[in-house]
Design a binder for this molecule. Structure first.
Ligand code: ZN
Length: 230
């Protein structure tokens, strides 16, 4: 791939991205995609955007592409940030976020017809399912409450009821440790904005008008659920 600085825009890496990866069920895949990877100036705090430019991945939500800007839907925003935080380099991003996605695309195209890691449901449930799994809770409402607490200062959040259902204050529960890890991944304003965005999507989902449905389709991408490869 070649590095291309651009006037007034973040730089991109452009060209052939080749990889070899193994998955216990799907076996080994060696493949390459033509990509353009936009590196935000705030990387690794913000995750790069990736566009497939070789015409292999249809630019459709069902194929895990954001139709608004043609970027690949590598995963839900918090999951991607969490993965990048584990190895905050471009190589880390490629290994943890990009290769699993391309592996699944390649396997799907080779005839399995399925995404090897599974796919999150369309729209809001998929988005919330991912938060439920990231936070290790059972209910959507608990995940939304966890987002609210992450939007507050730690000291204040610790005095409030724990979202895990233990009937203790957050500061007294082990869930506190789990939640605290996410504070390193994104900022309080980010969590506040994410919670507001989710509540707005819930409102649209409950409205059931055609206009609301169209708005929902525009706002909520179909995320692929990614996992680490060996
Ligand atoms: Zn608890």
């Amino acid at each position: 791939m070649t590095f291309r600085p651009r006037a007034g825009k973040p730089p991109v890496l452009r060209g052939r991205f080749a990889f070899t990866a193994r998955h216990p069920d799907a076996g080994e895949i060696e493949d390459a995609f033509e990509l353009e990877i936009e590196i935000p100036p705030t990387f690794p705090h913000e995750v790069p955007f990736v566009i497939e430019i070789g015409g292999r991945i249809p630019r459709e939500a069902d194929h895990h592409v954001n139709t608004a800007d043609n970027t690949l839907c590598l995963g839900s925003p918090l999951r991607l940030r969490q993965l990048v935080a584990e190895d905050p380099t471009l190589t880390g991003f490629a290994a943890k976020c990009l290769v699993p996605y391309l592996f699944a695309q390649s396997q799907k195209q080779a005839g399995s017809g399925k995404f090897v890691f599974g796919e999150l449901d369309h729209g809001l449930p998929g988005m919330l399912d991912d938060y439920v799994s990231l936070f290790g809770v059972k209910e959507y409402s608990q995940a939304v409450e966890a987002l609210r607490l992450l939007g507050m200062k730690k000291r204040k959040a610790n005095k409030l009821p724990c979202p895990c259902g233990c009937r203790q204050r957050l500061g007294q529960c082990r869930f506190n440790t789990r939640l605290a890890k996410f504070r390193k991944v994104a900022t309080r304003p980010w969590f506040r904005a994410e919670r507001i965005a989710i509540l707005e999507i819930v409102r649209l989902a409950n409205e059931r008008s055609e206009k609301a449905k169209a708005e929902l389709r525009r706002r909520v991408p179909v995320f692929s659920s990614i996992a680490a490869l060996l």
